[in-house]
Write a protein that binds this ligand. Structure first.
Ligand SMILES: NC(=O)c1ccc[n+]([C@@H]2O[C@H](COP(=O)([O-])OP(=O)(O)OC[C@H]3O[C@@H](n4cnc5c(N)ncnc54)[C@H](O)[C@@H]3O)[C@@H](O)[C@H]2O)c1
Length: 251
């Protein structure tokens, strides 16, 4: 068990089939306590109840908060700290995608993309900062789209918002390193979640053939990388990004 000292908040953990919940589940399996943040109190309550720690103690709470609403995020973080006594780890996972062509990206679509994908993570980290200390870890979720300039689902504004996540994470690593707090980004490739579920079996098969490891990603594939970044195994790693894409993009 790698995370027995970890108390984490994970945003966008409100869907059983999403990456955020897979990360929360993996954290709990490694002994962590987790605050699930997302939209939809009923889903969050059910998901948090389904997580039981190895010691059978309460392992998770679900708190409804829109990551673009700083007071709501701050209050969610405070509730996690009140429940579990401290905060060590932030996973900024909540995100939206839109597959618009360059010429059709409107100012409001760009603003919304940045507000959620970049601003949501910043809000979460700012709310968490007063609680984080040496050994703290921030994990942000980028995308293969940031690396290769868009992709299957994501238009240019999605790619740019995820590129900005990388820059923001590096800035956090630089500023927070002296306080013993690390910050790193994970770039998922094509992962089978609600975000990608509209793909037909034929399309999925074609996509999988393009992946050197021969299959699309599963949320648990991303969770493994998040456990690494949250744990002491990565204690000397900060300001970096890790591609978890089966080799779909190597660069
Ligand atoms: N699935 C993929 O192939 C893939 C690839 C690259 C990157 N990603 C990234 O991984 C992350 C997780 O995506 P996923 O694939 O699990 O999709 P998903 O749609 O299941 O998860 C995103 C979650 O974020 C939540 N969310 C959205 N806006 C929010 C807001 N304003 N406040 C709070 N929560 C909000 C949603 O409710 C949802 O549960 C996203 O940042 C996404 O961009 C996914």
């Amino acid at each position: 068990m790698l995370l027995t000292e970890c108390v984490a908040v994970v945003s966008g953990a409100d869907n059983a089939k999403g990456i955020g919940f897979a990360i929360a589940r993996a954290f709990v399996a490694h002994g962590a306590r987790v605050g699930l943040i997302g939209l939809g109190q009923r889903e969050l309550a059910g998901l948090s109840d389904s997580l039981v720690g190895p010691d059978r103690a309460e392992a998770a709470i679900g708190i409804e908060a829109d990551v673009t609403d700083p007071p709501a995020v701050a209050s969610a973080v405070d509730r996690v700290v009140a429940r579990f006594g401290r905060l060590t780890t932030v996973v900024a996972n909540a995100g939206i995608v839109e597959g618009t062509a360059l010429a059709d990206v409107t100012p409001s679509a760009l603003a919304r993309m940045v507000e959620v994908n970049l601003g949501g993570g910043l809000n979460l980290v700012q709310a968490a900062l007063p609680h984080l200390g040496p050994g703290g870890s921030i994990v942000t979720i980028g995308s293969i789209a940031a690396q290769q300039g868009g992709g299957l689902r994501g238009g240019p504004h999605y790619a740019a918002s995820k590129g900005a996540v990388v820059s923001l994470t590096r800035a956090m690593a630089r500023e927070l390193g002296p306080r013993g707090i690390r910050a790193n980004t994970i770039h998922p490739g094509i992962v089978r979640t609600p975000m990608t579920e509209d793909a037909s079996p034929e399309l999925e098969a074609r996509q999988a053939r393009g992946v050197p490891l021969g299959r699309l990603g599963e949320p648990d594939d991303i969770a493994g990388a998040a456990v690494f970044f949250a744990s002491g195994l990565s204690r000397y790693t900060t300001g970096t990004d890790l591609a978890v894409n089966g080799g779909l993009y190597i660069g």
